[in-house]
Design a protein around this ligand. Structure first.
Ligand code: PGA
Length: 249
């Protein structure tokens, strides 16, 4: 059964005291929807966030990880390290990681494998750039991103995969894909999965939309049949806004 999920990607925001303050605000919010709720603080705040939310239903997830289990990779964090503090889910392939840190489909395939080998759940991000959409190439780009990083997996692996379609032109720009654009792409993603793995897997995978989701547009986007929630950047930094989105289902 696919689930509704709303995940807050805090990116490189919030030191320790801001993290504590935001979590205490989050805990005061009332959830009226059935969505799974996640927040992704920076590495330094994963443990304090995890501790503060131990008795809460909000899951603490990581924004990235390395594919190796350990070794000489200065500045990196492994799946095992994340698991050792209780983190069970990791975001991989965010467009900012691809654009600023040279992440490629090939390196992401290795990261996906490492996460799954550690029994972690992956929120796998992908999406076209504006130039791709302008020439009508968005489906080909998305299809290739999914195929190159995920299609070596066995069907069974998809129970631990959540997909996040994030058109690059809509991230942090205030410009959102229209609900129809999101629905069309999500339906295309599901048909791509169906062609490779069959309808049961395609229907089961949660596909999130990301890119300038706000309290005032979440309801319409989430009402689309193939949109199962959102990956939220800017609006996840304010507890009221984030929960307005969580409750938009
Ligand atoms: P945004 O970011 O909501 O600020 O556009 C979304 C994301 O990058 O996941």
């Amino acid at each position: 059964m696919r689930k509704n999920i709303v995940a807050g990607n805090w990116k490189m925001n919030n030191g320790l005291s801001q993290t504590q303050a935001l979590i205490s605000d989050l805990k005061k919010q009332e959830q009226t929807s059935d969505a799974e709720v996640m927040i992704a603080p920076s590495y330094t705040n994963l443990w304090p966030a995890f501790e503060a939310l131990r008795k809460d239903t909000i899951e603490v997830v990581a924004q990235n990880m390395h594919f190796a289990e350990d070794g000489a990779y200065t500045g990196e964090v492994s799946a095992g390290m994340l698991k050792s503090i209780g983190v069970k889910t990791v975001i991989l392939g965010h467009s900012e990681r691809r654009a600023y840190f040279n992440e490629t489909d090939a390196s992401l395939a290795k990261k996906v494998d490492a996460a799954l080998a550690n029994n972690m759940r992956v929120i796998f991000c992908f999406g076209e750039e504006l130039a791709d959409r302008k020439v009508g190439n968005e489906e080909t780009v998305v299809e290739n991103q999914i195929k190159n990083a995920l299609f070596h997996l066995e069907a069974d692996a998809f129970k631990n995969i959540v997909l996040a379609y994030e058109p690059v032109w809509a991230i942090g720009t205030g410009e959102t894909a229209s609900p129809e654009q999101a629905q069309d792409m999500h339906a295309f993603i599901r048909s791509t999965l169906d062609a490779k793995y069959g309808a049961a897997i395609a229907e089961d995978v949660s596909i999130l939309y990301g890119g300038s989701v706000k309290p005032n547009n979440a309801k319409e986007i989430f009402s689309k049949p193939d949109v199962d929630g959102g990956l939220i950047g800017g609006a996840s930094l304010k507890a009221e806004d984030f929960f307005a989105i969580v409750n938009a289902f």
